[in-house]
Design a protein around this ligand. Structure first.
Ligand code: F0G
Length: 421
């Protein structure tokens, strides 16, 4: 099984370019990385993965500026189309740490990226590949954040950008970003999975270059979340985290973090037993990955009807499941579903600790709470929760979760009277 932590390192095929190639995770077929546009395997349609002849240890990252491109030795290029993505904070959250009673809890806040979500890490690499391939139109389906990031990086690269969004199901901040950065926005009368089906068809017909997480290069950029977590956690605590809890939609991050850790094991930088346990969290109304983990199934069943207030993860067909399921299983992790009420409550708890996130992000903390209650997460664990998007992405959800403004008259006495003083 090619995706195991103890897997052999294959020799580069003849098609490799400067030690980089693409490999199918199902049948092992290999392809040149930049000669043609390709998202899945020509032979069996399996997912592709970027492979490297040389894999770096931590020492090779030193001396570079912080951010995604600090990790250039683990990426296909030395630099990308960049607006200084990555290098996001790893926060202490004292109230939630005390309440959940784990030994150590940090929050990796990916909402602090340039467009307010982790998607920027994938786009700095993916849009660089698009430049290399010489494509003239970029496209994605999106629950919002991918479209905001693609619009921004597409603008930066001076390339036309098309985004397909599920009508009425994308938070206001994200549509505003895609719009202002100049993407052409198509509102589809269907859910995210239908949008992805359409945009994949468009890409197959050569109409646009696909920058969803089906694109293996995007996940290379997102690996840097895992690399940063390990370096920051070790700087702050002297240890590596035991567990990383993250929200799951298409399972791109789950796949990317697992790949980052697998490559560190292969380079000898990390022992297999030091790899953090990957723990996925989905909204109960959109939880096909949780179902697959609970049923110990090899494949994920597509959910046609999905609903959750965490619109970013309102996804019924997690395309990266074949890469992510082995990641959860091989690291001894699990997956758990949380209700919308639990998500909003976790969003409030994060806000009390000074961390403003959108609903999907709060799913990680909601999941941790649940797994502590069930005893699945032990009290002596050192845990990182990933928060994937900024509070301002979904201002309506934030306003609903927070307190209502109180109308007062326009004079000091009236204000004091209202305050009851
Ligand atoms: N959190 C946020 C805020 C997201 O926007 C997404 C995905 C996820 C979590 C799930 O990450 O797919 O790697 O498991 N958003 C995509 C989009 C689908 O279109 O913006 P995943």
């Amino acid at each position: 099984m090619s995706l195991s932590l103890s897997g052999e390192r294959p020799d580069p095929p003849e098609s490799a370019a400067e030690g980089v190639w693409l490999a199918c995770i199902e049948c092992g077929a290999t392809f040149a990385p930049f000669e043609a546009v390709r998202y899945t395997c020509d032979d069996c349609d399996g997912l592709l993965e970027v492979r490297y002849a040389d894999l770096p240890t931590f020492e090779e990252f030193e001396g570079r500026k912080l951010g995604v491109w600090r990790y250039a030795d683990a990426l296909p290029f030395d630099e990308g189309v960049s607006i200084d993505e990555g290098d996001t904070p790893l926060y202490e959250v004292p109230t939630i740490e005390a309440e959940t009673g784990v030994a150590d809890l940090r929050v990796k806040h990916e909402g602090m990226n340039p467009t307010g979500s982790f998607k920027d890490r994938g786009m700095t690499v993916g849009v660089r590949v698009a430049e290399k391939l010489g494509v003239d139109r970029l496209a994605c389906a999106s629950t919002g954040n991918t479209s905001a990031a693609l619009a921004c990086y597409g603008a930066r690269a001076n390339t036309e950008t098309l985004v397909l969004l599920p009508a009425g199901k994308v938070a206001a901040g994200k549509v505003a970003q895609a719009s202002l950065h100049g993407a052409r926005i198509l509102e589809v009368d269907g859910n995210f999975d239908a949008c992805l089906d359409i945009v994949s068809d468009l890409a197959d017909r050569g109409e646009a270059y696909l920058l969803n997480s089906l694109n293996p290069f995007r996940l290379e950029g997102q690996k840097t979340i895992g690399l940063e977590i390990l370096e920051q956690f070790r700087d702050q605590t002297g240890d590596l985290p035991d567990r990383i809890v993250l929200p799951v939609g298409n399972a791109g991050n789950t796949a990317a973090l697992y790949k980052a850790f697998r490559e560190l094991v292969q380079s000898g930088a990390l022992d297999a037993d030091e790899v953090p346990t990957l723990t996925g969290v989905q909204a109960a109304g959109a939880a096909p990955m949780v179902e697959a983990i609970e049923e110990d199934a090899d494949e994920v069943r597509r959910w046609d009807d999905v609903e959750t207030r965490a619109t970013a993860i309102r996804i019924g067909n997690p395309v990266n499941a074949p890469k992510a399921l082995p990641g959860i299983r091989e690291t001894g992790g699990t997956a758990v579903a949380v209700s919308d009420e639990e998500i909003t409550d976790a969003q409030r708890a994060l806000a009390r600790d000074g961390v403003g996130v959108e609903p999907a992000s709060a799913a990680s903390v909601a999941g941790l709470r649940k797994l502590r209650e069930s005893g699945e997460v032990a009290a002596d664990e050192q845990v990182v929760c990933l928060t994937t998007g900024h509070l301002l992405k979904d201002p309506d959800a934030a306003a609903t979760a927070g307190a209502d403004p109180e109308p007062v008259p326009a004079d000091t006495d009236g204000v004091l009277e209202h305050l009851g003083e």
